[in-house]
Design a protein around this ligand. Structure first.
Ligand SMILES: Nc1ncnc2c1ncn2[C@@H]1O[C@H](COP(=O)(O)OP(=O)(O)OP(=O)(O)O)[C@@H](O)[C@H]1O
Length: 258
């Protein structure tokens, strides 16, 4: 196993005003260069965990390290150069063009009020091409469909050129063709050495791209490990509380609810 780029050690978390822990004694290591899929039922704590990993929420107790330092010791700018989030959805209040929105991904590299430089424009154009949005850069973000917006959020994260990319249910608004495009992009990023951590409600997407799977239930770790270890009928049935069958189609594992 390669060195962990992110590690959690006995992390507990509860939201203000509700003392029930949403994450419970969670220990986890994410290896550099891995693709980790986080699966679990609604309310398991997946989005909360993503926000903890980004440093947006502070654990109630326990430690989180990014590379060789505690996560809380990173400035926002340093953390922004290391990690990017692709949220599931984001309120887009202003009539930014697609290109302007994607350029926001370059903020961790710019000084306050500095105009984007040549390399920022190049990184943003490249990200738009990768996400299949090359033709759309002058459209306003408010005029886009849900799936197109999700691709813009992906492009913004790609423009950020992070070491670790975190994605919250990245296929939730995508049609089949764009789902395949996303899987290809994530495979490309993986091949170029990026670390990828995604939540998904689609076990098949997890099986298609992940090297590691983490199963969360009720804020606790059910199990974590390689796809062959974790993606089993027994584990998925325990995670979701409904009987799950796994079949193989052309060497690909597919989960069926029975
Ligand atoms: N801001 C908040 N204040 C209080 N409780 C919250 C807050 N956000 C989430 N929760 C609660 O924390 C628990 C975990 O929520 P979280 O959104 O992390 O789950 P999830 O696994 O991402 O769920 P889903 O699959 O439905 O998106 C849930 O019980 C939820 O109701």
């Amino acid at each position: 196993m390669t060195a962990p780029i992110l590690s959690l050690d006995r992390v507990d978390f509860h939201y203000d005003g509700n003392h029930q822990n949403v994450l419970k004694n969670l220990s986890l290591q994410i290896s550099e260069g891995s693709v980790t899929a986080l699966l679990g039922p609604n309310g398991a704590g997946k989005s909360t965990l993503l926000h903890i990993l980004l440093g947006w929420l502070q654990p109630t107790s326990g430690d989180i390290r990014l590379k060789d330092r505690p996560l809380h010791s990173y400035t926002r700018r340093e953390a922004g150069q290391m990690m990017a989030l692709v949220p599931q959805i984001e309120h887009m209040p202003f009539d930014y063009s697609v290109l302007e929105y994607v350029l926001l991904g370059r903020t961790p590299y710019l000084n306050p009020l500095e105009m984007p430089r040549k390399e920022d424009l190049e990184a943003s154009h490249h990200a738009l091409e990768l996400a299949g949005l090359g033709e759309m850069e002058t459209r306003t973000v408010t005029s886009l469909s849900g799936g197109e917006r999700q691709l813009v959020l992906l492009a913004r994260a790609l423009a950020q050129q992070p070491h670790v990319i975190l994605l919250d249910e990245p296929t939730s608004h995508l049609d089949l063709a764009n789902k395949v495009r996303l899987i290809r992009i994530l495979r490309q990023l993986h091949a170029s050495g990026s670390t990828i951590f995604l939540t998904t409600h689609e076990p098949d997407v997890a099986a298609a791209i992940a090297s590691e799977i983490v199963l969360l239930r009720g804020g606790s770790l059910l199990t974590a490990g390689s796809v062959s270890e974790v993606f089993t009928e027994e584990n998925l049935t325990a995670a979701y509380g409904v009987p799950v069958r796994i079949i193989q189609v052309d060497g690909q594992k597919v989960a069926l609810w029975t």
